[in-house]
Structure formats: C-alpha cells, structure tokens
Design a protein around this ligand. Structure first.
Ligand SMILES: [Zn+2]
Length: 96
C-alpha cells in the first residue's frame, strides 16, 4: 500500500520508472511508456516504464512475463505510485 496525499490515506499502487513518476507528480503530459507485468502463481505485479527508461536499461520485456528468479537491476529503480494517480495520468483504468 502507498500513502497518497492527493487521494488520501493508503492506496494500492504500481511501480513506475522515475521519469514517469516525475511526470505524474508534476501533472505533466506523460511520455510514451510500456507495461511489463510479472506473473507468479496468479499474482500480477504491474510495472510502467517509459520507453526512454526501457531503452536506457535495455529492457526487452513487454506485456505479461514470468517472474524472473532475480529481479532485474532496473526493477530496484522503480518508484511506487498510487493506483489512482497512475490511472488518472494514463487516462484509463488498469485491470489486474
Ligand atoms: Zn493518488
């Protein structure tokens, strides 16, 4: 759970790349991004990465992928953001 000052209290959240987090917090137009979802025993971990972050960190994954044994290096750089803030920024709801 993530504490969100905008939506109040604690909210479910997603991990996003730092540049995407910056745009969402600043209320700016968000850059092109991709969704990478790790699937493990019915659990889904939804992550949003900008294309520039993905290119910089040589992320080749897209869509639903099996959870790797070790999280990739780029994963630790991701920032948790409130689900509602992400949905407002990308302009749609996310099913998971
Ligand atoms: Zn929020």
């Amino acid at each position: 759970m993530i504490k969100c000052d905008k939506h109040g209290g604690y909210q479910m959240g997603y991990h996003v790349s730092p540049d995407l987090a910056g745009s969402i917090h600043a209320g700016r137009q968000i850059p092109p991004f991709r969704e990478v979802t790790y699937c493990y025993e019915g659990l889904r971990d939804v992550n949003f990465l900008t294309e520039s972050f993905a290119a910089e960190h040589e992320v080749t994954e897209v869509g639903d992928v099996r959870l790797p044994v070790d999280y990739p290096d780029w994963y630790v750089k991701l920032i948790p953001i409130c689900e509602k803030c992400v949905e407002q920024a990308i302009g749609r709801s996310i099913d998971d």
